[in-house]
Design a binder for this molecule. Sequence first.
Ligand code: BTN
Length: 321
Amino acid sequence: MGHREEILDILRTNDGVYTSGEELADILGISRTMIWKYIVSLREDGFVVESMTNRGYRLVSTPDLLLQGEVQRNLNTDFIGKQMYYFDEIDSTNRKARELAPECPDGTLIIAERQSEGRGRMGREWYSPQGGIWLSLILKPDISPDHIYRLTLVAGVSVAETLAGMGIAAQVKWPNDIIIHEKKVCGILTEVDAEMDAVNFVIVGIGINANIELDMLPSILGVSSTSLKEYTGGDINRVMLVRRLLERFEQDYGAFISGDFNSILKRWREHSATLNRRVRIITRFKTIEGEAVGIDHDGALVVEMDDGTLEREITGTCVHL
Ligand code: BTN
């Protein structure tokens, strides 16, 4: 922990009660002038720290930012998010993750307040204003490249259950959208760097429309998109959401890596908005329509066509009809 984080930690522990500059200086073994400099830097990041002559400093409020110290404080994971890069603004966390991946350990987190060139699936743009949660995880699983798409289902279950745990009725829409009442609230973009038979790294990019006013979303998205703020009627605690998501994902990813994809699929089915629905699936090669009757042990969607034949798809765009 750096000096700044240590000061924050002490002020937090003293919970609104003044701590003198002298005491802080003694604990950290630095001068009172340095303490003052760290307080100024905290204020610049939006921490409200009151100072009073002869009494010292007290923490009044923390900003709604996904700062490293905030996300990692009380984060109960072994490796997911233990190494973290935070950006106020970046082009795309997925792009940055790809750049950093060769040098980073499994589970490294890249997170940003805003993305200027957020990427969606199929080369689409992903609108990423302040208030959302835009993150990418660098993963180094020892699995076959053929099984990468399963990771998207794993992440989808983790997001849906994290939201469910906060009382938000989120469902998974095949293959990788999280929706609330048929409107998209989260998208997942999985990118891979692999050889024929070995995975170098995988980037799982997760974008959640958290504290976003709907009129901030471009109108073409507004029709079919929603945000957590729209659903709950107020701001949600983004730091808490990220922490819970990382913790849940570590469990789910762990189960997946140890070969237990079945339990993930079981939970995917429980949260699915796609199963037992009439769907149109658009892939690069064809478009089909039928009833989504299941998801098989590989994670492929099984569609029953009108003539009774079954088709399996592992990726594509899905429209609920
Ligand atoms: C989709 O099209 O549904 C996928 C959207 C994925 C968006 C996230 S936001 C964080 C990460 N960085 C990106 O540039 N994209 C993903």
